[in-house]
Design a protein around this ligand. Structure first.
Ligand code: PNS
Length: 165
């Protein structure tokens, strides 16, 4: 049985993430989406909100589980009994960071391998940061995020704007 972890911040989940999730699901028996809860970072969405959005976006995918985690990824992988970490590669600009991360993880835990999937071309420009930027200025994000979570993102942006005035 091959269990893999797809870790990330998912602030929020995009169609690019969902594409990697769906393709990974066909390769592995079980995919655990690890949602990083990092107190040093200040994400737009709380970890509970990010988990909820992922649950809504992955409804219907049978072999997916969403689990928040704190601390080292390799420790989380060990706890989950996962031997593979999945990461998406969009462009050469992602490569240096991803290489460093996978090699660090491999030094820390040689039993865990990182598997890279290249992002589908239509999502190669897409990031959670882009989505937040477009949404903050009232742009249309329907091409960028799963339809199930559009309302949540728009609501969050509205409440941010209201807090500022
Ligand atoms: O979606 P992101 O923000 O690119 O995901 C980054 C993530 C969560 C995979 C990475 O920050 C991570 O694994 N953090 C946990 C801490 C850790 O294990 N660091 C050591 C590897 S350099």
């Amino acid at each position: 049985m091959l269990r893999a972890i797809y870790p990330g911040s998912f602030d929020p989940v995009t169609l690019g993430h969902l594409d990697v999730i769906k393709r990974s699901c066909k390769i592995v028996d079980e995919l655990i989406i690890g949602v990083l809860n990092n107190s040093a970072k200040t994400p737009l969405f709380s970890v509970e909100e990010r988990v909820k959005m992922l649950e809504e976006a992955t409804k219907g995918l049978k072999n997916v589980k969403i689990v928040p985690f704190e601390g080292l990824l390799v420790e989380f992988a060990r706890r989950m009994k996962a031997k593979v970490v999945v990461r998406g590669l969009r462009a050469i600009t992602d490569f240096e960071y991803e290489l460093q991360m996978s090699q660090t993880n491999h030094k820390l835990e040689p039993e865990v391998e990182t598997m890279f999937l290249t992002t589908s071309i239509e999502y190669s420009f897409l990031s959670s940061t882009t989505v937040k930027e477009v949404a903050a200025f009232g742009g249309d994000i329907s091409q960028f995020v799963p339809s199930a979570i559009i309302g949540r993102i728009e609501e969050k942006m509205q409440s941010k704007i209201k807090r500022r005035v």
